[in-house]
Write a protein that binds this ligand. Structure first.
Ligand SMILES: C[S@@+](CC[C@H](N)C(=O)[O-])C[C@H]1O[C@@H](n2cnc3c(N)ncnc32)[C@H](O)[C@@H]1O
Length: 420
C-alpha cells in the first residue's frame, strides 16, 4: 500500500468521564502523540469511514458509547459475577467505521477507577461539545447507572484485546489525577481500576470478616471481599431500573444495609436505613465505615419511631410478614413516601404459610386475601395477596395513584411498586 497519503489517527479512549477532553488539551497528550497544537479532534460517534481525514487527527472515543448501543455490547455484572458477558465492540458502528478508515491508528487508553468516574459524573453538568451555542445537559443519571453496573475491569481488558487484535499500538495512562502517570502493563492497569478509597487495609478487612459474622445479605466490600449472605442483586435490578441521582431513600428493615449501599452507589443523595435488631444495626455501621459510605443507619422500630421527614423512595422489603400490625405499618410508610413505596412480600402461596394450612393447592393471588400464619411453626405473622395490598392502599384509603406488581426473584414473593 502507498503509505504517503495515509493519515494518522490518535484514538484517545476511555469510558465517560475518564478525562478524555481534558487529556487531549494536556502537555502529556502532546508528549505522547507528538501532535502539534490545534490538531483537529473528531468525536467518534460522528466518524464516517469515507470521510476526508486530515493528515493527523485526534479521535475522542468513548468505550461505552450511547445508551442504545450499550445494551448490545455491555456485560452487566451481578455481585457474584455470574452474569458476566463479553463486550462485543463489533456492534458499534463508529468502531467499525474507524477500523475501515484509510489511516494508521494509534491509541491512548485513559484508565481510572469506578469511584473516580462516579465522583466526576456526579459533579458534571454539561456535555463538552465545541461549537454548540447552547450547552447540552450531561445525561448524569444514565451514566451513573451505566458506570455503577458495568464490569469495568472486563471492559478495559477486552478493549485492550480489541486494540491488539486490530494491530493498534496503545499506551496506558492513569487519569486518576492530572499528573497522568504512565501505566506499564495491563496488570498494573487492573490495579488502578480496582483502586480502593477505603481507609481499611486489605488485611484489616479480612480480619474483621473472620472475626464477625455478617450473615443475611451479600455486600460488596473493597478488595473484592463480600459478606456472607444472600445475593439480593436481582431484587436491586428490579426495584432500581434507573439511576437514583439526587433522590432520597428510606429503607425500613434494612438489615445490614445492602439496598442502602446500592442506592448510594446509584447516586441517591440521602439514604437512611432503620432496623430493629441491634446486631444488624452494628454490623451495618461497621460495613459503612469499611466502605466509606454516607448512609445513615438507625436502630429503631417502625411502630415507635417518629420519622418526620418524607423520602422520595421508601423501601419495605421482606418485613411485612414479620409484623404484628402490618396494615398500620403500610399506612405509616405510605405517608412517608413522596414518590414511591416499594414493598417486597411473601404471598399466600408462600411455602412457609402453606405448611400452616392443610389442603392448600391453588393460587389465590387474584383474591384480596390475608393469610394468618402460625407464628411458632412458620415464624411469620401475615401473608398478603397482591390484591389485598392493592385494596388496603388504593381502596380503603386512596394512598397511591397506581400500583405495579412484579414477580420477586424470591420464590412466591411479589414486589409492589406503589406510585404517588
Ligand atoms: C427478612 S429481613 C429483610 C431485610 C431486607 N429488607 C432485605 O429484604 O434484604 C427483615 C428485617 O426487618 C427488621 N424488622 C423487623 N421488624 C421491624 C420493625 N418493627 N422495625 C424495624 N425493622 C424491623 C428485622 O430486624 C430484619 O432485619
Amino acid at each position: 500500500m502507498d503509505n504517503k497519503n495515509i493519515s494518522l489517527i490518535w484514538l484517545i479512549c476511555g469510558p465517560s468521564s475518564a478525562g478524555k477532553s481534558t487529556f487531549i488539551q494536556s502537555e502529556k497528550c502532546k508528549e505522547i502523540t507528538n501532535l502539534p497544537e490545534n490538531t483537529p479532534t473528531i468525536m467518534a460517534h460522528t466518524f464516517q469511514s469515507n470521510q476526508v481525514l486530515n493528515p493527523k487527527t485526534i479521535l475522542h472515543y468513548n468505550m461505552l458509547q450511547s445508551e442504545t448501543l450499550w445494551e448490545k455490547m455491555i456485560g452487566i455484572f451481578s455481585q457474584n459475577g455470574s452474569k458476566k458477558t463479553e463486550f462485543d465492540f463489533e456492534k458499534i458502528p463508529s468502531w467499525t467505521s474507524i477500523k475501515r478508515a484509510r489511516a494508521d491508528i494509534k491509541a491512548v487508553v485513559l484508565v481510572c477507577s469506578r469511584d473516580t468516574l462516579l465522583k466526576r459524573i456526579k459533579k458534571r453538568k454539561f456535555v463538552e461539545v465545541k461549537g454548540l451555542k447552547k450547552q447540552k445537559l450531561y445525561p448524569k443519571a444514565k451514566w451513573i447507572k451505566m458506570i455503577s453496573s458495568v464490569n469495568l475491569e472486563l471492559l478495559y481488558q477486552q478493549w485492550c484485546e480489541e486494540l491488539k487484535l486490530n494491530g493498534i499500538p496503545f499506551t496506558l495512562v492513569n487519569t486518576e489525577t492530572d499528573t497522568y502517570k504512565m501505566i506499564e502493563n495491563e496488570s498494573e492497569m487492573l490495579n488502578v481500576i480496582k483502586q480502593e478509597k477505603t481507609k481499611y487495609s486489605k488485611a484489616k478487612i479480612k480480619e474483621i470478616l473472620k472475626r464477625k459474622v455478617f450473615e443475611y445479605q451479600r455486600i460488596e466490600l473493597p478488595y473484592g471481599f463480600y459478606t456472607k449472605g444472600a445475593d439480593r442483586s436481582d431484587t436491586r435490578d428490579t426495584i432500581f431500573p434507573d439511576s437514583l441521582d439526587g433522590k432520597s431513600l428510606l429503607d425500613i428493615g434494612c438489615a445490614l444495609g445492602y439496598m442502602c449501599f446500592e442506592a448510594e452507589k446509584l447516586g441517591a443523595k440521602k439514604v437512611v436505613g432503620y432496623d430493629l435488631k441491634k446486631k444488624r444495626f452494628e454490623g451495618a455501621n461497621i460495613l459503612k465505615d469499611i466502605k466509606g459510605s454516607n448512609v445513615e443507619f438507625h436502630l429503631g422500630d417502625i411502630f415507635t419511631e417518629t420519622i418526620e421527614e418524607q423520602f422520595d423512595i421508601v423501601l419495605f422489603l421482606n418485613v411485612i410478614h414479620h409484623l404484628p400490625e402490618p396494615v398500620s405499618a403500610l399506612r405509616k410508610l405510605s405517608h412517608l413516601a413522596r414518590e414511591k413505596l416499594i414493598i417486597e412480600f411473601p404471598t399466600i402461596n408462600d411455602i412457609k404459610f402453606k405448611k400452616t394450612v392443610s389442603s392448600f393447592e391453588r393460587s389465590w393471588d387474584e383474591f384480596p386475601f390475608i393469610g394468618v400464619s402460625e407464628i411458632n411453626t412458620a415464624k411469620q405473622t401475615f401473608v398478603f395477596t397482591p390484591k389485598a395490598i392493592e385494596r388496603i392502599l388504593m381502596n380503603h384509603d386512596k394512598l397511591f395513584r397506581k400500583i405495579d406488581f412484579l414477580d420477586s426473584p424470591m420464590d412466591d414473593r411479589k414486589i409492589a411498586i406503589c406510585h404517588k
